[in-house]
Design a protein around this ligand. Structure first.
Ligand SMILES: Cc1ncc(COP(=O)(O)O)c(C=O)c1O
Length: 484
């Protein structure tokens, strides 16, 4: 048998699925290629649209979101210090910040050398100050690991928690499929707790407890509880009360809380973002000092959207020194995370302050991105709700909407007969009819007999109304065709 055959490859890898870049996206790439080739050869475009609009993923810069000037200026200088001879080209604070970063990178000042496995210590100190501004108290730099995006940290933690098929991780459904993929890859047990769509996708503790008990009855040892706040794909923002209940639950059951807070700057509604760390610190001593918490941050989201830089960190609370040393060892096996990503994390966590030369431009760029995201979220939300057969909760945060579609029994039966997923067929038809690439709800998990899709709110603002209108027209004709 070959080493790489269906029979011999690790079955956990074969079982792993990741919808955000799955079948629909491959199809979308094929369509885009066909359009481009037809254009090159002077042939007629086989599709009734000029390009695919990728609403499948939270990748802001692929949708033309412009990078912030301040971090890019600093990184340019750090990468090419010759630019320090052209100081008139850059604001003073940019030059100073770049020099600080160069000094932090050791005696050579180059980003081409490996760093400390957890990331450059001065960068971790900046992260601690950022956390202090946010939470009122600072962690120690020894509790911060800089990673290649949040994904690497999430996978490291799940890998450490799972060492047996009966080790369970509770994840929200719908979820970001990194979690199901990683649990499957590491051979653990996925325990689904369902978010309550009728209550704006909140976390219902009665059902959390029920699901927990059912898992324990099956002999599962529950080791982790994942919370994505603000939610992906569901866009909810947790209330402090809800967060306290979740922490109490983790305390009572001795479960590690994994707080995925990568969308913490993407807030559009009434409920402000509060970190799990801050809420934990406000609780009584035995809770505050015992609940194991790992929280994740990323430079991919927020208003910075620097997905390709692969920068992120995780910060730990109440993790004992043995476990921390194992984390250090795991980080060391990778030597270190990429250094430009590390720099990006430092700069995002240490932005210009009022009075700095770059401050007005920075704030202007930040607010125009966040305000535009808010407007786009509202517009898509209202157009989707105008579609007959669609109901959609508002996005209180994050970068997505997750509308529910009510299909007719006739259509559902027809899909079942053909062994197809109703929401996948719908999304494929949407892609081929109007060129909008969204992800079927089945890729994120959804309650049985409910159907959704996830749409990112990222297309440029001058295109979003048109996209929303096209979706409405497509939806209406799809529903008519299947006699809904
Ligand atoms: C909820 C959530 N967590 C983590 C990630 C991973 O982000 P990255 O690895 O780019 O930091 C994503 C990316 O979309 C996400 O949506």
């Amino acid at each position: 048998m070959k080493a790489f055959s269906r029979q011999s490859i690790n079955p956990c890898i074969i079982a792993t699925q990741y919808a955000v870049r799955g079948k629909l996206v491959l199809e979308a790439n094929g369509i885009q290629k066909e359009i481009e080739e037809a254009k090159k050869k002077g042939k007629t475009n086989p599709y009734p649209f000029d390009k695919v609009v990728y609403c499948n993923i939270g990748n802001p810069q692929i949708c033309n979101q412009q990078p912030l000037t301040y971090p890019r200026q600093i990184i340019s200088i750090v990468e090419y210090p010759e630019l320090l001879n052209h100081t008139s080209f850059f604001p003073k604070d940019v030059i100073n910040h770049a020099k600080k970063i160069i000094n932090s990178l050791g005696c050579t000042g180059t980003s081409g050398a490996y760093t400390n496995s957890m990331g450059v210590v001065q960068f971790r100190k900046s992260i601690c100050k950022f956390i202090k501004r946010r939470d009122g108290t600072a962690p120690s730099p020894d509790e911060v690991f800089i990673t290649d995006g949040a994904s690497t940290g999430i996978k490291m933690i799940l890998n450490m928690l799972i060492s047996h098929p009966l080790h369970g991780i509770m994840i929200p459904i719908p979820q970001y499929p990194l979690y199901s993929a990683a649990i499957s890859q590491f051979g653990g047990f996925q325990i689904n707790y369902y978010l309550d769509e009728s209550k704006k996708w909140s976390t219902d503790m009665t059902s959390v407890r029920k699901v927990y008990e059912q898992a324990v009855e099956k002999g599962i040892q529950v080791k982790g509880f994942v919370c994505i706040n603000p939610g992906n794909p569901t866009g909810q923002v947790l209330t402090v009360q809800n967060m306290k209940e979740i922490i109490e639950f983790c305390y009572e059951k001795k479960i590690c809380l994994l707080a995925d807070e990568v969308y913490q700057e993407n807030i559009y509604g009434e409920i402000p973002f509060t970190s799990f760390r801050k809420v934990l610190k406000s609780m009584r001593d035995e809770v505050k000092n015992t609940v194991e918490l790992v929280s994740f941050f990323s430079v991919s989201k927020g208003f910075y959207g620097e997905c390709g830089k692969r920068g992120g960190y995780f910060q730990i609370e109440n993790i004992n020194s043995f476990a921390r040393s194992q984390m250090y060892k795991m980080a060391s096996i990778n030597l270190c995370s990429n250094v430009i990503g590390q720099e990006m994390v430092e700069i995002i966590c240490n932005p210009p302050k009022e009075g700095d030369e770059s401050y007005p431009k920075y704030i202007n760029e930040k607010m125009s991105i966040l305000n535009s995201l808010k407007r786009k979220a509202k517009l898509l939300h209202s157009v989707l709700n105008e579609c007959e057969g669609i109901t959609c909760n508002e996005a209180m945060g994050a970068l997505y909407l997750f509308p529910k579609i009510k299909f007719s029994n006739k259509y559902i039966d027809e899909c079942k007969r053909k062994d197809q997923q109703p929401d996948e067929v719908y999304c494929l038809r949407m892609l081929k009819s109007i060129g909008v690439c969204v992800v079927p709800g089945s890729g994120f998990g959804q309650k049985d007999n409910t159907y959704h899709f996830r749409i990112a709110i990222l297309p440029p603002e001058n295109e979003i109304q048109n996209i929303a209108n096209k979706i409405k027209i497509f939806h209406t004709s799809f529903m008519k065709e299947y006699d809904h």
